[in-house]
Design a protein around this ligand. Structure first.
Ligand code: DLL
Length: 429
């Protein structure tokens, strides 16, 4: 039984609800945010032109540059006295994106997070160790509130302090661990280093998100900890974690909580909407937010949508796992390279640990790509032979081969203990 009835309503009914909420949101945003008033004006659209979801493509996009230009609060639709919480997400450059929540917004967030955890198979009475960072990052408090709303017990360990994490996992017998996929692997290794068997931990589920990962990496996590690993997605600009999540039954695409967030997929170059099943950039519109309504936000995340009803019975559209970003596309000597293509190769080889880094430099106007990869503890063959194998595989999938490929000992690549993993170091700018 899903957490709320809306999760299984027929799609026609859902679309009616979305249409009403979209029309309200557009009118509300124009009335209360000067930025939207001007943006719609410039696009020659009046709120009256948007009667329902079929009209959404008339609206202009909102971008991360708009968040920066309106820093800190130009996109807020309410007075500061109505705001109950602020979060912020740091970008790679410039000012952070500041986001705000009214009391009602926090209620929506709690609800979508409780629904998400329920879909992931977390039940009231269970214990969830929350190793997402607390603070301005939305991961920690977003999960925290959702766990409590669901009626489960939260252990707010936050990010880092691995020794404490392991102690809590063992002594308080956490059923669920919530953290980034890279930290999840780091933790499993750290457990092993202490001479313990990670599969002996009582964990049954990990809820991983906040950064991209590939299927082989998920399999590695599931095997290392003997758990089901469920993918959770979200972003601060829209609400935080809880925009979408996989269900434990199918683990086949992430259900978007469409009564609150309207998803589209567009061609990242032209901005044209793409049909069901085609991969493009995810665009999200909030349907119920008060403090920060957002129209057609260009997330930069690459995915596709499927409207088929899932085996779990939920009718909400599913988005494919996000494995790349429209803008993390690396251009190396004019050739497009997605870091996820490299990751697929690495994780497909048993001899290779899931730790690697890509360094890009420019020498005499020529791009150089160096890939460093660790071999597995149990690997006992020659690193040189392994290097040749990896090189061969990379040649098959990439249109450009690395100038340097280093195979190093386990533990040599710096680990990410707090926050999101960084695999690509672009020194060219
Ligand atoms: O990362 C919210 C979050 C916290 C999601 C905890 C899941 C768990 P931001 O810091 O604003 O918010 O970063 C959002 O992270 O646009 C994606 O590029 C990436 N991202 C988030 N979840 C996933 C995921 C949080 N499951 C940005 N898979 C997004 C791939 C993800 N990328």
């Amino acid at each position: 039984m899903p957490y709320t009835d809306v999760e299984t309503v027929p799609r026609g009914e859902l679309e009616e609800l979305q249409s009403d909420r979209l029309a309200e949101t557009v009118a509300y945003a124009c009335e209360n945010v000067e930025f939207y008033r001007k943006a719609l004006d410039a696009a020659g659209v009046s709120p009256d032109d948007v009667a329902g979801v079929e009209d959404i493509s008339k609206l202009p996009f909102t971008t991360k540059e708009d968040f920066r230009a309106e820093y800190p609060d130009g996109l807020f639709a309410v007075d500061h006295s109505e705001v109950r919480r602020i979060h912020a997400s740091s970008g790679t450059t410039g000012k952070p994106k500041v986001v705000a929540y009214t009391a009602d917004d926090l209620g929506v967030w709690r609800e979508v997070m409780a629904r998400s955890l329920d879909a992931a198979g977390v039940r009231s009475g269970e214990t969830v160790q929350n190793a997402y960072g607390y603070g301005l990052f939305t991961g920690g408090l977003g999960f925290h509130d959702g766990v409590e709303e669901l009626g489960a017990c939260v252990i707010p360990t936050g990010g880092g302090d691995t020794a404490k994490q392991i102690e809590m996992l063992r002594d308080l017998e956490s059923d669920v661990l919530a953290c980034t996929p890279s930290y999840c692997l780091y933790l499993a290794e750290a457990v092993e280093e202490r001479g313990l068997d990670p599969t002996d931990l009582p964990l049954s589920t990990v809820v991983i998100g906040a950064e991209p990962f590939t299927d082989p990496m998920r399999e590695e996590i599931e095997a290392a900890l003997d758990v089901t690993a469920v993918d959770v997605y979200g972003l601060s600009e829209i609400i935080g974690p809880g925009v979408s999540i996989e269900c434990e039954e199918a683990q086949d695409g992430l259900h978007v909580w469409e009564d609150h967030f309207y998803p589209e997929v567009v061609d990242p170059q032209t901005g044209e909407p793409l049909p069901e099943g085609e991969e493009g950039e995810l665009v999200l519109t909030t349907l119920t937010k008060d403090a920060l309504p957002v129209l057609r936000y260009r997330t930069g995340d690459m995915t596709s949508l499927t409207y088929e009803t899932c085996e779990c019975g939920r009718t909400a559209v599913r988005m494919d796992n996000v494995t790349g970003r429209a803008d993390d596309l690396l251009i190396v000597r004019g050739v497009n390279v997605y870091p996820s293509q490299i990751e697929e190769v690495m994780l497909d080889l048993d001899a290779v640990a899931p730790h690697y880094r890509i360094d890009l430099t420019r020498e005499e106007n020529l791009d150089r790509m160096r890939i460093t990869v660790e071999y597995h503890e149990e690997f006992d063959d020659s690193p040189e032979r392994l290097r040749e194998r990896i090189h061969g595989r990379l040649k098959e999938v990439l249109a450009v081969t690395p100038d340097e490929l280093r195979v190093v000992e386990p533990g040599e690549i710096e680990r990410t203990e707090v926050g999101k993993v960084k695999r690509v170091y672009d020194h060219r700018e």
